[in-house]
Design a protein around this ligand. Sequence first.
Ligand code: PFF
Length: 454
Amino acid sequence: MSTQPTAREQWNSRLGFMLAALGSAVGLGNIWRFSYVAGESGGAAFLLIYLLCIAAIGIPILMAEFTIGRRAQQDVVGSFQSIAPGKPWVIGGFLGVASAFIILSFYGVVAGWSLYYFTQYLTGGPQPPAGGDYGDFFGQFHTATWFPLLWQFLFMFMVVAIVFVGVKKGIEKSNKILMPLLAILVLILAGYGMTLGGAGEALSFLFAPDWSALADPGIYLAALSQAFFSLSLGMGALITYGSYLSKKEKLPGAAVGVASMDSLFAIVAGLMIFPAVFTFGIAPDSGPGLVFVTLPQVFSDLNMGLIYGLLFFFLLTAAAVSSGVSLLEVAVAYFMRQMNWTRQKASVIIGTIIFFIGIPSSLGFGAWSGVTLIGGRDIQDSMDFLASYIFLPIGGLIIALFIGWGWKKSDALEASNFGDSLIGNIWIWILRIFAPAAIILVFLGSTGLLDLLF
Ligand code: PFF
């Protein structure tokens, strides 16, 4: 069995822990990924299924991750090993570490774009090429070979620097300031969005479901994956963060708080982005470039748009850093224990490896744009697919089953602070039956296997 480090780091306070978990949850997923996936999946119908996934599956699994981590006081692999030694549950831990590598590799590419846009707003804002628009500007930038890699590298450097410094001084401090600021700015920009001509169309796109979209089985898996991605679920990021929480603190409440704030962020971000999409005649399903094309358009039309642009891309980058930190921390915590490395050594080595793994994702937009890996997807999209559509839901399934069946019920109830209450029992049964069944059904339905069975 694994050895426990003598003095494990801890959060300063419960609020610090909650903000760090929120910092992990709120990131590119809420603004960049949410808007383009919602845009591709038909808007309101997708949003509805997404919110259902958060409430019925996301929150119980979020609570499960906190419970496992706080009980085990270990990294994701060590947590499974110490609670259920010698059992196969630990596969969930290894999947988690693998997901951290994959997600951070492509996350760094997009976060690098955001960092570059921030620097553009420092010097007068992005300038579309003669006769072109912001779509052309974005196209020229992100399809280049070397330049985007520089920004990806700088982003990874910041993430490594924070993880290098440690839990309290690095992770906890940065989130306390940035999260509230980002919330305020997104609210202001959504308010401005509501004054644009396309606001009505945006509202009906986001809130008036086209029920026929529900007939497309793909939307369920898209919504489930987005829920996992956005809440940082299914790969042990929240097990790892929970492991730095002292046994004194209460868990329920923290889980609901983080999940509700995260969803609210995504919805308000939608209110900021989609009015612009419709006002400027951009296709909602234009893919991963969506925010990088729509928002500069908005800022260029705004009084003091340069300042808004500067603040927005600063905060988006900061939100990406805090999520990136939680991704790196999953792998770093594991390698520190497994290889007996110091935090400093682990963060530099793992961060460097992840940067290199991310290079193909960046090149896939330009020099390697002909390369398709999974089902016609480009490299970045394939990495996202592998992690978000497959590893995270399977990781979530293992986590749910682990608490539901692999752990003595009374023990799990005690570790979660629910005690033997009604809500605690509902939670256990969701993890035992409902969440696993829902995840499996969504998988079978979306891959067409369900049709084969019936
Ligand atoms: N939740 C983050 C976002 O929405 O941007 C991404 C993420 C972070 C996913 C950490 C998974 C994770 F473990």
